[in-house]
Ligand binder design. Structure first.
Ligand SMILES: *Cc1c(COP(=O)(O)O)cnc(C)c1O
Length: 376
């Protein structure tokens, strides 16, 4: 039997830097300082420098990063936040946790990112003063058209909070995601392009006042110990994870370059197949968090590959407005719904060899050439 090919491999990321990571963890263990110390400070500085942003505040996870960014910007009960429905529910649960309500817009059929024509129409038609913010999701590792989104936001006086949890290193107009909005949220969940060995996240911003708000909110609203200036929470990024992230950050550009190489291999090998391949919009770079193809035979193709020991992901099978917790029967988002029915993530991560990617591509071609696909 062929070696199993998995959709993501955080252990390979650990093994690639094992000596350094083990040393970093040991350093923290022996320091006796486990929460909000020098390791987190160093990581926040390194991440800001790498991203090209004024500041980073480490928090417990990506969902908290989104929620605390909203709260820092003053978004709360009675407010509405525009976002998309083809995202992890975390985007929407963070809006709910802030006290605000989500408003969904459809996506572009090509990129599957927020449709900015749709956003503009919604803002000019609804003229709803409760809409205070927009939360674009840089889905799969491709940036939303931020120059246009920022000018729309300025026109309508909206706060912009980027969900950059899948886009560590994606650029638009030569600048990385996470530097465009008033605030941005990153997740360092183990399978993300920059992953910790546990939960972690961060908020970035160029506005020192907003960064200070997030810093207060992540620890009970304390400016001074044991005295809350505002009703905060506990959402801290611990020293061990920060030390691991500092090591992993030094390899991020290399790993993203490898992702890009493997993506090019897929694009070449699958050109001319019946799959709809991912498209990268002009002026943007993709950081290939996911390599997402589309077909009406998605479930059959997935089962075919699984039988051959190739495991694919589906991000996301059910759009948020069709899930029980957020169900809205009156809302129709045709391009979002179509995308969720068709998308399949082919395995792509820096732990894959060329041969593995060739094998996946070969089996995909086999699927379409065999009887498996001829019934539709
Ligand atoms: C991973 C992810 C999140 C949530 O991050 P967690 O660290 O799991 O809380 C939010 N939005 C998107 C788009 C993500 O991919």
């Amino acid at each position: 039997m062929n070696h199993k090919i998995i959709p993501a491999d955080p252990k390979a990321g650990y093994l690639a830097a094992q000596t350094e990571i083990d040393a970093a963890i040991k350093r923290v263990l022996l320091s006796g300082h486990y929460i909000l110390g020098p390791e987190l400070e160093a990581f926040e500085k390194d991440f800001s420098a790498w991203l090209g942003v004024a500041g980073t505040v480490g928090v417990a996870n990506g969902t908290d990063a989104l929620e605390l960014a909203l709260r820092a910007a003053g978004i709360g009960p009675g407010d509405k936040v525009v976002t998309v429905a083809n995202t992890v529910t975390a985007t929407v649960s963070a809006i709910g946790a802030s006290g605000a309500k989500p408003v969904f817009v459809d996506v572009e059929p090509e990129t599957m990112l927020m449709n900015l024509d749709g956003l503009e129409q919604l803002l000019t038609k609804m003229r709803d003063p409760r809409i205070k913010a927009v939360m674009p999701v840089h889905l799969y590792g491709q940036a939303v058209d931020m120059p246009r989104l920022m000018s729309l936001a300025e026109q309508h006086r909206l706060i912009v909070i980027e969900d950059s949890a899948q886009a560590h290193g994606a650029t638009v107009g030569g600048k990385k995601t996470g530097v465009w909005g008033h605030l941005a949220a990153f997740s360092f969940y183990p399978t993300k392009n920059l992953g910790a060995l546990g939960d972690a996240g961060a908020v970035t911003s160029n506005d020192p006042a907003l960064l200070e708000q997030v810093r207060l909110l992540r620890q009970y609203g304390w400016r001074k110990r044991y005295v809350s200036d505002l009703p905060g929470r506990n959402s801290r990024l611990d020293e061990i994870q920060a030390a691991v992230l500092s090591v992993r950050l030094t390899r991020l550009e290399i790993e993203n370059a490898r992702r890009s190489q493997l993506a090019q291999m897929y694009l070449t090998a699958l050109k001319g197949s019946r799959l709809k391949l991912p498209s990268v919009a002009e002026g943007r770079t993709h950081c290939w968090h996911q390599f997402v193809v589309r077909t009406n035979r998605r479930d059959d193709l997935r089962a075919f590959l699984e039988k051959r020991n190739i495991i694919c992901g589906v991000l996301y099978p059910v759009p948020v407005h069709r899930q029980p917790a957020y169900h809205d029967a009156a809302l129709s988002l045709p391009h979002t719904e179509e995308a969720c029915a068709q998308v399949l993530s082919l395995p792509l991560h820096p732990g894959l060899t060329d041969e593995m990617v060739e094998r996946v591509a070969r089996e995909v071609v086999n699927f379409f050439e065999s009887g498996s696909a001829s019934q539709n």
